[in-house]
Design a protein around this ligand. Structure first.
Ligand code: GLU
Length: 303
């Protein structure tokens, strides 16, 4: 299969919509991104990498980090995690407070902000450094030692993070955060503000395509946990548009408000597409279009 050609065609398919949508502006440091920027990369399970467009341009990974934090928390033995966070689609925006009260401080799933805060809290308890655990993992899987938190973006998030702070305090009132709220928020913002490019994320996401095996062949997760993460990504990974994403792209995937989407093809590899213009629910317009084209014309699909 000529992956380079397929990626070029996916970029051409996305071109008419590049520039549509708007970069996230509730985090001021993200607002200046060019909505027409675009990059895409795929990594096969054997570590072969192909890319197109601005695939080596680093961007803010934002909620794509939630996938790695969850995998790491489970790998460190976070066996009680599923008692503290559910695995049902929320049907509400990613930063919604609505369900938390009626559901006693247990977030619907690990990919909405409330659930991700619980996961970061668990990872902090398990490792002592949640942000560091995510950075170390991304560096090791991609071989790119320059991956790090963009501290200007983290500060911008912290300065405008009232809603996340509200979610965290609310869950703490139910006893569902075990560390200090301020510390959990600091790690959460720093984890979301990691900068990495499409190549880095495609390589780092490949452990889910390898059923839990890392790039060096060691096991991060058992097959069962890798399968479960892929399943929750499919149903909950793209905000309250997971149904639309499943319909158009048909892969487990995680989006972030920096415009990245990382999608997994079990047994084949991982694909990361990025473009900062977001639709109304927060998914990248260009990345969705490119992934839809790629999965429609290649045999990289689970359906
Ligand atoms: N750091 C962002 C927030 O908490 C992540 C949102 C996202 O990418 O979905 O609002």
């Amino acid at each position: 299969m000529d992956y380079g050609e397929l990626l070029s065609e996916a970029m051409e398919a996305a071109r008419p919509v590049l520039g549509r949508g708007a970069p996230a502006d509730y985090i001021p440091a993200l607002a200046c991104a060019d909505p027409a920027d675009f990059g895409m990369a795929l990594a096969t399970v054997d570590g072969e990498v192909h890319g197109v467009g601005e695939w080596r341009k680093a961007f803010s990974i934002q909620s794509v980090s939630k996938l790695f934090a969850l995998a790491l928390a489970l790998s460190h033995g976070g066996t009680t995690l599923w008692q503290r966070v559910g695995r049902e689609p929320s049907g509400n925006p990613f930063n919604s407070l609505i369900q938390l009260e009626s559901e006693h401080g247990i977030p619907r799933n690990p990919f909405i902000n409330a659930g991700a805060l619980v996961v970061t809290d668990a990872l902090l308890s398990l490792t002592g450094d949640a942000r560091g655990a995510v950075v170390d993992f991304l560096r090791a899987e991609s071989g790119n030692m320059s991956i790090d938190t963009d501290h200007a973006i983290a500060a911008s998030e912290a300065g405008h993070g009232h809603r996340n702070a509200a979610l965290a305090h609310f869950m703490a009132s139910f006893g569902n955060l075990h560390n200090e709220v301020e510390e959990v928020l600091e790690h959460y913002f720093a984890q979301c503000s990691i900068s990495a490019d499409c190549r880095d994320l495609a390589l780092a996401g490949s452990f889910l395509a390898r059923h839990g095996l890392r790039a060096d062949g060691s096991r991060l997760l058992g097959r069962g946990d890798a399968k479960r993460i892929n399943a929750v990504l499919l149903t909950c990974g793209t905000y309250d548009a997971a149904g639309e994403f499943a319909y158009r792209v048909g892969l487990p995937g995680k989006s972030g408000v920096g415009g990245g989407i990382l999608a997994i093809v079990p047994g084949r590899g991982a694909i990361c597409a990025w473009s900062p213009g977001l639709d109304a629910v927060g998914n990248s317009v260009g990345a969705m279009a490119a992934l839809e084209d790629f999965t429609s014309r290649s045999d990289w699909s689970v359906f």
